[in-house]
Ligand binder design. Structure first.
Ligand code: BGC
Length: 379
């Protein structure tokens, strides 16, 4: 090809102009495309298992930094559905012993702006407090709470409606310490949350998994929670960038615990603190009800998660850190391996669809909702 003498002299300049024009065009297209993506990226429909649609690449790339560095967790930030109604629930305790009334929900409407995707008041690493005042005094520290330990931000609409489910028996001092540490963190994270303490009545073997199933079943009767954080009473978060939000994939949150030298004991562990959306939990049929005594129930959940095509997600270990309070070691369940090995056969029939219990009491304390339950041994 013979180029005109003029073009030959100015070829370099023509190419530069072409490249600049192409770059400008690409920039213009990107701006239009991104403006569209500002609409809700992720919707969780808590009343059905329609669940979620995948997070888009722009969301994945979101970085945020706080005092101690920065992270970019892929499943952290998303928009949730608008739930602006004020739900009023009246609950009467079994036997007429308790009558509690809860005004749960965000007193917001569509004109209230959505909370920012990156909670602005996070501080990063936090000092864990191990000296809590008695529960009655603790209440005064959290004036913004509604009955039952329910909170929602005042000046913006929370992006996540989260039930914190704590299986419990006979650990009052641990409970006060957990509440002292958890409430400020969750409030800085601008969540619409409620803390449920699910207490097992009697003194038979403890069934952590079944209590978590009960927490789930009772919480959804009270409010349209979108996700659930299953939380041991003795674990205290050390960093408020460990977001207690709805996960894209089931999230194991207690990645690094001091007593395990801040190392993950094994890859599939799902115990301690973990988060699931309502849709995920329903899909796997909740936890098994068969694990009486210590151990195995979280491993069975881990198997359920994988079996149903999910995977366990985690935040980085320098953020998902916890301190464990000391306590007497519980008696391990000698049958746990047997139930684990045969678990798959029961995923469909053993779980929230076969859960049997009696709710003996429900009390809305200022800093938490107490559910006292008697568990029925599954047949
Ligand atoms: C048990 C789990 C427990 C883990 C860490 C495993 O052997 O089966 O239930 O979470 O150890 O303590």
């Amino acid at each position: 090809m013979v180029l005109q003498p003029w073009l030959r002299t100015h070829l370099y300049k023509v190419l530069v102009v072409l490249v600049v024009v192409l770059l400008l065009l690409q920039y213009a297209f990107n701006s239009i495309f991104e403006a569209r993506q500002l609409e809700p990226l992720f919707a969780i429909n808590s009343s059905s298992s329609a669940g979620h649609r995948p997070i888009r690449s722009r969301e994945r790339g979101l970085l945020f930094s706080a005092a101690n560095g920065s992270i970019s967790p892929s499943d952290v930030f998303r928009n949730a559905t608008d739930m602006s109604d004020d739900t009023t629930t009246t609950v009467t305790g079994v036997g007429g012993s308790t009558s509690a009334s809860s005004t749960a929900g965000q007193m917001t409407n569509n004109t209230t702006p959505l909370c920012p995707p990156i909670p602005p008041k996070l501080v990063g690493a936090i000092r864990v407090l191990k000296d809590a005042p008695p529960l009655a005094e603790l209440e005064k520290k959290f004036p913004a709470l509604e009955p039952g330990g329910h909170y929602h931000p005042q000046d913006c609409r929370a992006r996540h409606k989260v039930a914190i489910i704590v299986p419990y028996r006979d650990r009052e001092s641990h409970l006060a310490i957990l509440l002292l540490n958890l409430h400020p963190l969750l409030q800085r994270q601008q969540l619409d949350y409620q803390i449920f303490i699910v207490e097992q009545a009697g003194n038979g073997p403890f069934n952590r998994a079944m209590l978590m199933n009960v927490g789930f079943a009772e919480a959804i009767k009270l409010y349209d929670f979108e996700c659930f954080i299953f939380h041991d009473v003795d674990l205290l978060p050390e960093d408020d960038r460990n977001l207690y939000t709805c996960p894209e994939q089931p999230r194991h949150m207690s990645v690094a615990i001091d007593v395990f030298k801040y190392k993950l004991p094994y890859a599939d562990i799902f115990g301690g603190v973990s988060a699931m959306t309502r849709a995920q939990f329903e899909k796997v049929n909740g936890f098994s009800n068969m694990f009486w005594g210590w151990g195995g129930e979280d491993d069975d959940m881990s198997n359920r998660i994988k079996f149903h095509g999910f995977h366990i997600s985690r935040y980085p270990a320098n953020i998902a850190r916890y301190k464990m309070l000391t306590h007497r070691k519980q008696k391990a369940n000698p049958k746990r391996y047997e139930f684990l090995n045969t678990g798959r056969k029961r995923f469909k029939s053993d779980g929230i669809n076969s859960l049997r219990y009696e709710r003996k009491d429900l009390k809305l304390f200022h800093t938490y909702t107490l559910l006292l339950v008697e568990l029925a041994v599954p047949s």
